[in-house]
Design a protein around this ligand. Structure first.
Ligand SMILES: Cc1cc2nc3c(=O)[nH]c(=O)nc-3n(C[C@H](O)[C@H](O)[C@H](O)COP(=O)(O)OP(=O)(O)OC[C@H]3O[C@@H](n4cnc5c(N)ncnc54)[C@H](O)[C@@H]3O)c2cc1C
Length: 288
């Protein structure tokens, strides 16, 4: 399949990119790794008149620590997150989630910012972002604003980003001591996307009780969601096998689940419960 005709620009600074986006808000699209946008263009599901390639913009690809937070540039690739040794120590959910995405080619080219901005209902990063209560920094020619992950994912392929905004940075509070994390996913056998994916970040206090927990679920509904009832059931509890099983049984409560030829809505709800139980148990086992 061949995309519709389009123009292409490759700015080298963010200001330049934002200026172009402000000028062409109605018919331009940002190009990051291209691993979601280009297939959509080939299928003519997207027909932008102008592609603004931010692959050459300096200063959008980094992983650094600052003031107790982990800062990740939007153009950081899945592979860079997967292979970062420091992240394996301080926030292993990020490399674990990255390593579950697609294949080597996809991970080498695809970016965390592109994945979050695309908001595919079966994408992996949104689950991690919700679990970690990440903050997403949106930049435009008008300035910057910070959007909580809970407010960022609006619907299928729809985020809170405005048409003239670029996702610039992802901010995550560095998990405290006695935190365990896990990402558990049922891979779709054809695409590798999540039929269901559950990201858990859980902290225990000195008595072994759960002092904070974040559970993000992807693949089940039209957008990622926070499994708030699971979190409520775990908060303040000692997460033993029975407590985790009881809590995980609420993983799809009130959720309007997607069904398709591969997995019915009921099956997805069932998987959400099973994989939430497994991911929470793994996070508890990973506490250090
Ligand atoms: C074969 C294959 C298998 C895959 N498997 C998986 C998988 O298992 N799990 C998974 O989660 N994903 C999977 N993906 C998707 C992959 O992770 C993509 O890389 C990702 O979804 C999009 O990132 P990108 O950098 O390629 O963005 P692009 O394709 O360049 O852009 C995607 C969309 O986001 C917008 N955008 C990009 N960057 C920004 C930004 N910084 N600010 C604002 N808007 C922006 C673009 O305009 C476009 O609308 C797969 C893709 C392929 C082709």
């Amino acid at each position: 399949m061949i995309p519709a005709q389009f123009d292409y620009v490759a700015p080298t600074t963010l200001d330049e990119a934002l200026g172009l986006l402000a000028e062409h808000t109605d018919d331009a699209k940002i190009l990051a790794g291209g691993h979601s946008l280009i297939p959509a263009m080939k299928l003519r599901l997207a027909q932008p008149a102008l592609l603004i390639d931010i692959g050459r913009v300096r200063g959008l690809s980094y992983i650094r620590e600052e003031g107790g937070r982990i800062l990740v540039g939007a153009m950081t690739t899945h592979y860079q997150l997967e292979s970062n040794a420091r992240l394996r120590d301080i926030c292993p959910l990020l490399p674990e989630c990255a390593s579950s995405i697609g294949d080597v080619q996809v991970r080498n080219k695809g970016t965390i910012g592109g994945s979050l901005a695309h908001a595919d209902p079966a994408a992996d990063w949104p689950a991690a972002a919700v679990s970690l209560r990440a903050e997403l920094v949106a930049a435009s020619a008008r300035g910057e604003r910070v959007i909580a992950a809970d407010d960022f994912f609006v619907d299928m392929l729809t985020t809170a980003l405005r048409p003239d905004e670029v996702l610039r940075e992802i901010r995550i509070n560095a998990p405290p001591a006695r935190t365990g994390q896990s990402y558990m996913k049922v891979h779709h056998p054809a695409s590798g996307f999540a039929v269901v994916g559950v990201a858990v970040t859980l902290t225990l206090d000195g008595d072994g009780k759960c002092s904070s927990v974040g559970v993000g679920v992807t693949g089940v509904a039209t957008r990622v969601y926070r499994a708030a009832q699971v979190e409520n059931a775990l908060s303040g509890s000692t997460p033993d096998e029975q407590t985790i099983a009881d809590a995980a049984s609420h993983a799809a409560d009130g959720v309007d689940a997607n069904g398709d030829i591969y997995a019915s809505a009921d099956y997805r709800r069932h998987l959400a419960q099973v994989y939430t139980r497994r991911a929470v148990a793994a996070a508890v086992a990973n506490v250090r």
